[in-house]
Design a binder for this molecule. Structure first.
Ligand SMILES: Cc1cc2nc3c(=O)[nH]c(=O)nc-3n(C[C@H](O)[C@H](O)[C@H](O)COP(=O)(O)O)c2cc1C
Length: 247
């Protein structure tokens, strides 16, 4: 059923529009180049490029080779339709997230050191955007940009069968990172988005996924706006000594 949806939708979206592959990119370069991009140019993205990268990403490993990922691609006219739905949806919500989320994105009372890492990440981003901590309306407005895919022309949604547990969810991560690296190789940028957990009904209905699948996350895909200050955010990483033990 899901496959039917996937291929049906892909017919409605544009064919080859742009090709900017970098033929010889090393894995380390792709890892270095990938970052969460939160402002995109309007330059269209080829559906073939996205589907090609998804098919390659499916070489990602998964426990028992279950391959628990289910992906919907939005581009072209279907993306326009979805955007219009989301504009109406977020206009009606004072605080984005009017639908009850199906899973908690973070554990309650996030403990250290995770709490501080999350806090600093947000602060660095809002500082680059020139949005003060106490300016809650501006922060909410900025957060709502998530639901416009930050202006990206294309996106995917990633779903998982409800019967799956933590090990299979980790397989989704392997798939998604492999996909983002392949996008980097194609000269494309991305931002994984678990904020979509706030709109599981709207997304699942639009993607016609049925009851068995549950939405994990979305991902904005396009070409980065190099003039946008938010894209200058180079996130830090904890030093290895905080998480690595060599025995
Ligand atoms: C599964 C996943 C979901 C994410 N969801 C969001 C999101 O909803 N909105 C957002 O702006 N960034 C989101 N991010 C991006 C993270 O904030 C980002 O990966 C992290 O701060 C590290 O920065 P980097 O990706 O630039 O290296 C998500 C990342 C992952 C892996």
């Amino acid at each position: 059923m899901f496959r039917g949806f996937f291929f049906g939708a892909s017919r409605a979206i544009p064919k080859q529009v742009h090709q900017s592959g970098t033929a010889t990119m090393h894995v380390s370069e792709a890892v270095e180049k990938r970052m969460s991009v939160r402002a995109f140019t309007g330059q269209p993205v080829s559906t073939e490029t996205i589907v090609g990268a998804l098919e390659k990403a499916a070489r990602a490993p998964s426990g028992g080779n279950l391959q628990p990922w289910n992906i919907a691609v939005l581009n072209g006219s279907r993306m326009d339709e979805f955007r219009a739905i989301m504009e109406r949806r977020i206009a009606g919500d004072a605080m984005p997230g009017g639908e009850s989320a199906e899973y908690a994105v973070y554990p309650p009372n996030l403990k250290e050191p995770y709490r501080t890492r999350r806090f600093e990440n947000g602060e660095e981003m809002y500082a680059l955007l020139g949005i003060a901590r106490e300016d809650r309306p501006a922060r909410l407005k900025r957060f709502a940009d998530n639901f416009r895919f930050f202006g990206a022309p294309a996106a995917i949604f990633c779903f998982v069968d409800r019967v799956m547990g933590a090990p299979q969810w980790s397989d989704l991560g392997m798939f998604l990172q492999t996909f983002m690296l392949l996008l980097a190789e194609e000269g494309l940028d991305s931002c994984a988005q678990e904020c979509w957990a706030a709109y599981p009904r709207t997304v699942s209905e639009f993607c016609d996924t049925g009851d068995e699948l549950m939405l994990f996350c979305g991902m904005a895909i396009g070409y980065r706006d190099t003039n946008a200050s938010v894209n200058r955010l180079v996130t830090s990483r904890a030093p290895a000594k905080e998480w690595l033990k060599v025995l």
